[in-house]
Design a protein around this ligand. Structure first.
Ligand SMILES: [Zn+2]
Ligand SMILES: [Zn+2]
Ligand SMILES: [Zn+2]
Length: 154
């Protein structure tokens, strides 16, 4: 984790930003909760445990800065809440998500499956693709098993 923090610090420095203690606390929370998809409020509550003096506005500004610098990706799963997701190291594109509409579980797919689709878009629409977001909405493995066992579906 310290290594990644170091690299994020360098990334900030290369864009003339400092890793202030508040920014560092925010980045640490994101690293510690990498598997989750936290909203600004979620991040704020966790950062507050480390840095009680910090305000929501500061956390919010830090998250916006990190997303400008492509350290995090801002994502919305259709519930109207912006979530902040650490970009995987060395990832050229933003990973894909599977969102369960029953239990809300979120799984990640790191493998990129859209190379061909991007080529078609570039060719047919003359659009230079830089990245894409892909979220599948459906029913996760666990929820499918529950449905089978109880024989009911909501
Ligand atoms: Zn994710
Ligand atoms: Zn589920
Ligand atoms: Zn992709």
């Amino acid at each position: 984790m310290e290594h990644r923090l170091e690299r994020i610090k360098k990334q900030l420095h290369s864009q003339s930003y400092k890793l202030t203690p508040q920014r560092e606390a925010t980045v640490r929370v994101l690293l510690e909760n990498e598997a989750d998809h936290l909203s600004a409020e979620d991040v704020y509550l966790l950062v507050k445990e480390k840095a009680p003096e910090i305000g929501l506005a500061t956390v919010y500004r830090t998250l916006e800065l990190l997303s400008e610098l492509k350290v995090v990706d801002k994502i919305n799963f259709g519930d109207g809440v912006s979530r902040y997701d650490l970009r995987k190291e060395g990832a050229e594109h933003f990973h894909h998500h599977l969102v369960c509409t029953e239990c809300g579980a979120v799984e990640e797919i790191e493998e990129d499956l859209l190379g061909e689709v991007e080529k078609i878009v570039e060719k047919d629409w003359k659009f230079q693709v830089k990245d894409h977001r892909l979220t599948f909405h459906g029913i996760c493995k666990v929820c499918q098993e529950i449905t089978v066992k109880t024989g009911t579906s909501k």
